[in-house]
Design a protein around this ligand. Structure first.
Ligand SMILES: *Cc1c(COP(=O)(O)O)cnc(C)c1O
Length: 400
């Protein structure tokens, strides 16, 4: 396959600290070099000089939609169907609340045990708030398809499992949900920027995701929400904040939902953070998502083959078929936490997910074969020589 993406050029756009092999871009993308100056310039020239007039003169008010339109092509969404704001947990709540209201006669929300706990917690909180007898039903990931029945109001899943990297088939499961009369909400936290996504072709009703993982928007970058065009004027926002109002500056006492995706806005957007994200998205002008996916598969296949050959005590916890996983690879070991600390101390940064999962993200925009081989060599040293076997490596930090 010929590739149009120059991965040396994309890599040069990121600041990667000396001596670090960064395999955790699935949790927090690294700093795009030019984001520093972009944010500094925005602070100096816009916030500093324009003060409150920046909302109009610098286009801050439109930023959540304008920058979301740069994410839209990465997830197969049409322009004007995605907006930024809040955190992913909040966007999950919003999507679910609107979807449940669109299926008033039904009571079951179906999700799976591979979903990220916050998504399930938000659903649980919403069910309690509504107090109308909804049930959050959680089944094993491979039992989802058969659990789709005509009791369902909403199918709510994350495409790529944060722990194992296992990938659901959006189009197939959405089709089943629709055939059963339910709506489908897809969380793209580990998909957007990691692999090609097609919310339009897959007929997702709602999709949500974050921008600080594979989209490199920085810690605390705002989440995004997509609403299918046919629902845009129907979905009623539960978090009915003033910036989702049809006329925020009319200051009406009554809420009227704004047009289309704008109604999913809540309050004042994080303009500094959006400036950093906007800069980070520039790198996608240089990259073709199909190339990124093909390269990701090469890197993950290489990593799995090398680790299995050289570290026999680690058990693969991700699907072996690359089509069945996202852009991360996980291995299990009962001392996984200490092993990861030993790796981090030697400049290989991945992360750990309880109870025993070592997780490594592969992000071709800035990770290549040399990084994979270096990481495996250090992992082999840590395993062969039990370098992880130290009390200080077993002491858990707040963030793992
Ligand atoms: C990362 C992640 C989150 C995090 O939500 P925040 O509100 O941004 O902290 C939620 N859901 C999934 C599936 C995730 O992967």
């Amino acid at each position: 396959m010929t590739r149009s993406t120059d991965f040396n050029a994309t890599r040069a756009r990121f600041h990667l600290p000396d001596g670090v092999t960064y395999l955790d871009g699935n949790s927090l993308g690294p700093l795009p070099v030019h984001a520093t100056e972009r944010v500094a310039a925005m602070m100096r020239e816009e916030w500093g000089e324009m003060l409150i007039t920046g909302w109009n003169r610098a286009g801050w008010m439109d930023a959540p939609r304008r920058v979301a339109d740069r994410i839209a092509p990465l997830i197969g969404a049409a322009p004007g169907t995605v907006v930024l704001g809040d955190t992913l947990s909040v966007k999950v709540y919003q999507a679910l609340a609107s979807a449940l209201e669109m299926r008033p006669g039904r009571r079951v929300i179906l999700s799976d045990s591979g979903n990220f706990p916050s998504d399930l917690y938000m659903a649980d909180g919403l069910v309690r708030t509504l107090d109308r007898g909804h049930e959050l039903r959680v089944v094993a990931p491979d039992a989802v398809a058969d659990a789709i029945t005509d009791e369902l109001a909403v199918l709510m899943l994350t495409e790529v499992d944060y722990r194992t990297g296992r990938r659901h088939d959006i189009a197939r499961l959405t089709e089943r949900a629709h055939a059963a009369g339910a709506l489908a909400i897809w969380d793209l936290a580990h998909s957007a920027g990691a692999l090609p996504v097609d919310v339009t072709g897959g007929r997702a009703d709602f999709a949500v995701g974050c921008t600080y993982k594979y989209l490199n928007g920085g810690p605390g970058a705002p989440a995004f929400i997509y609403v299918a065009p046919e629902h845009a004027e129907v979905a009623r926002p539960a978090l009915s904040g003033w910036l989702g109002h049809a006329a925020p500056f009319a200051f009406d006492l009554d809420y009227r939902a704004g047009r289309g995706i704008d109604r999913m806005r809540v309050g004042t957007p994080p303009i500094l953070q959006i400036a950093a994200l906007d800069a980070a998205l520039d790198v996608w002008d240089m990259a073709d998502m199909r190339d990124v996916r093909a390269r990701s598969i090469e890197l993950t296949q290489l990593f799995i083959a090398e680790v299995e050959a050289r570290c026999p005590d680690l058990a693969l916890h991700s699907p072996r078929d690359p089509e069945a996983r996202g852009s991360q690879v996980s291995f299990r070991h009962r001392e996984g936490y200490a092993i990861m600390q030993a790796l981090i101390a030697r400049g290989v940064i991945g992360d750990f997910r309880a109870p025993d999962v070592l997780r490594f993200g592969f992000t071709p925009l800035y990770i290549g074969e040399g990084d994979v081989m270096r990481a495996v060599a250090i992992l082999e040293d840590v395993m062969t020589n039990a370098l992880w076997d130290r009390d200080d490596y077993r002491r858990r930090a707040a963030v793992t």
